[in-house]
Structure formats: C-alpha cells, structure tokens
Design a protein around this ligand. Structure first.
Ligand code: TRP
Length: 334
C-alpha cells in the first residue's frame, strides 16, 4: 500500500518585497517542508484586498514579485504546488459554506482583528471582508486537509480559529477535516535595523532582493548596543540589535568569538558588522543566482502560477464535492 505523504498548506499576503524576517520566520520552513510533505503554497491575494481594497494598484506586481522571492529562496515548483488564491475559486465557495456555521462573535473576539482595528488607523477596516478574514483563511487551510501549517508566530490566533472552525464543521457534518497544527520555525529573532519590528512600513528591513550595494549602507547605520559608544567600552550582545543576525547567519565558532570580543571590548562594532556583511553576502548569493535565472525567463512566474493553480484546483474540487454533499446541497451533475 502506498504511504500517503503528510500534507501542508500555507499562504502569504502579497504586500511588498519579502525581508529577512519573512525568510527566517516562515519561508525557510516552506523550503524545508517541500522536501518532506505534499505542500500547497499560495499567494493570498484576496486576503491582501481585505485591508487594501481601496488601493489595489500594487497588488498585481506584488503578487508576481512575491513568487519571485519564493523561487529565489529555493521553493521548487517541481516539489511543491505554488498557486494564486484568487485563481482557485473553490476557496471562495468553501469560505462561504464555512461562514454559515461560524458565529460572528468568534470573529469579533479574534485578537488580531481587535488589535489591527486599533492600530491601523490609516485604513478603513470596517468592511465585512476584513471581519471574515479568518473564515477565508480557514477555507484556504482546510481545503487541502493538511496536518500542519507553516506560519509565523503572529498567525497563531488565526490558526486557533481555524481549528475551532474545523471542530465545529466535523461536529455538525461528520469527520471531514483533520485538525491542523501550526508549524513554527524555531525562534528566529529578526529585529528591524532600528530595533523596531522589521516591517515594510518602517523601511527598516533587509530585503531578499537587495544587492550588497543596497545593504552595506543599511548595515553601517544599524543600531548595536546603545550603551557602547567606543570600541574600548565593553558591549553586551544580549541587548545588541545586530547580534540576533549572527545567531541566524554566523557559524557557532564565529558567534563565540563575537560574544567574547564584544564583552571584553576587543572586537568593535565596525568589525562585527563586517563579519555580518560577509555572511549575509554568502547567504544571499544563491538567492541572487536563482533570481538572475528568473530574469532571463520572463514568463516563468506566470507559468508556475498557472500550472500550480491547475493542480490546486483538482484537489480543491474533490474537497468541495464532499463538503457540498455533507451540507445537503443538491448535486446537478457535471
Ligand atoms: N494571514 C496570512 C498572512 O498574513 C496569510 C494567509 C492567508 C495564510 N491564508 C492563509 C497563512 C492560510 C497560512 C494559511 O500572511
């Protein structure tokens, strides 16, 4: 008997170029998982519209650019299915059907919903689409009946809600969906260059598509231990904004030398940044090579999305047949 591989599904909103925080928080996990599981990865373009419906001018470009970032980072369309959410209409249908059984109070008390309504003041978030964000997300996930979902820490409340919706559905209509677990990357700390959260809106990130010419001045200006003003002052890697990057990118031996040199004031921040730049350059090199290949094949991203969306649709159509049947809908034949 053939052993079925574990499955996974996950998406990202196309809101702009991906940075190191995205890579070490989620994308690295995507790349590792494609080797082990049957993986469905999608551009969550409908989700981007829930907050940016009033200005969709960048949506198309952002969607294409995000797939370029994914391919550059090592996602391989031969190993995983890369698709566009809005090209697989079954996601909308499943979202609608799930919404029948989801109490509005579950959506209103979702912590992410409350927090974003408070914190995002430059956009109107009183739309129904934004309130229903987690239902669509539950549909995205449950559609592929995955055992696990690779996401960043910030998505945990949404995954919890997906699990609640899953239990509710199974309770009402019979066992249909396995309850998916969040798959987190082991704590990856990626502060922004200025110490705040790395975010496109603060313009404090290192992007996967940056060249060394973009990066070098950013790193020079990066905050380190704020109380270390001269090289002769001993520093503290625990409060340094650069050190978490050494944890991600430098060898253990280097990390040890950096910690010692910083604490006993023999290694200055300028030299410490040089080590970082060297290791960052080595990390980015294969990404840039793959990106250069993509530039030579301008239709590649569209081709990948078309083939992937076709494959996703086949899986999704099966799930929907089962769901319609369980929810008592009349079947008129093909
Ligand atoms: N909410 C996710 C984000 O902000 C995007 C997303 C949509 C998603 N649907 C999903 C993530 C399903 C995981 C699984 O990036």
């Amino acid at each position: 008997m053939a052993i079925e591989r574990l499955r996974t599904s996950s998406g990202m909103r196309p809101t702009g170029p991906l940075h190191l925080g995205h890579y070490f928080g989620v994308l690295k996990n995507y790349v590792a998982i494609q080797e082990e599981r049957e993986a469905y990865y999608f551009v969550a373009d409908w989700h981007a519209l829930t907050t940016d419906f009033a200005d969709p001018s960048r949506l198309r470009d952002n969607s294409l650019e995000m797939v370029k970032d994914w391919l550059a980072a090592g996602l391989d369309p031969e190993k995983c299915t890369i698709f566009l959410q809005s090209a697989v209409k079954e996601h909308a249908e499943l979202s609608l059907l799930l919404s029948m059984a989801v109490p509005v109070s579950w959506l209103e008390r979702n912590p992410t919903y409350k927090e974003q309504q408070l914190n995002i003041t430059d956009k109107d978030l009183s739309n129904a689409g934004f309130l229903c964000y987690p239902v669509l997300m539950a549909a995205d996930i449950l559609m592929y009946k995955p055992q696990g979902v690779p996401v960043g820490q910030d998505q945990l409340p949404h995954i919890e809600l997906t699990r609640e919706i899953c239990r509710r559905f199974n309770g009402l209509y019979g066992a249909t969906f396995p309850e998916p677990e969040a798959m987190l990357t082991p704590a990856a700390k990626c502060p922004g260059l200025d110490g705040r959260k790395m975010s496109k809106s603060y313009n404090n990130g290192i992007f996967l598509r940056d060249t060394m010419a973009d990066i070098t001045p950013k790193v020079r200006g990066m905050f380190t231990d704020p109380s270390r003003l001269r090289k002769a002052d001993p520093g503290n890697p625990d409060v340094c904004n650069l050190y978490p990057y050494h944890v991600l990118l430098s060898s253990e031996q280097e990390q040890k030398e950096i910690c010692e040199g910083c604490r006993n004031a023999t290694l200055g921040c300028v030299d410490c940044k040089k080590i970082f730049l060297k290791n960052l350059e080595a990390f980015l090199e294969p990404l840039q090579q793959r990106r250069a290949l993509l530039e030579q094949h301008p239709t590649m991203v569209m081709d990948v999305l078309m083939a992937g969306s076709q494959r996703a649709r086949t899986f999704a159509a099966n799930t929907l047949e089962e769901v319609r049947e369980k929810m008592g809908l009349l079947h008129l034949g093909k």
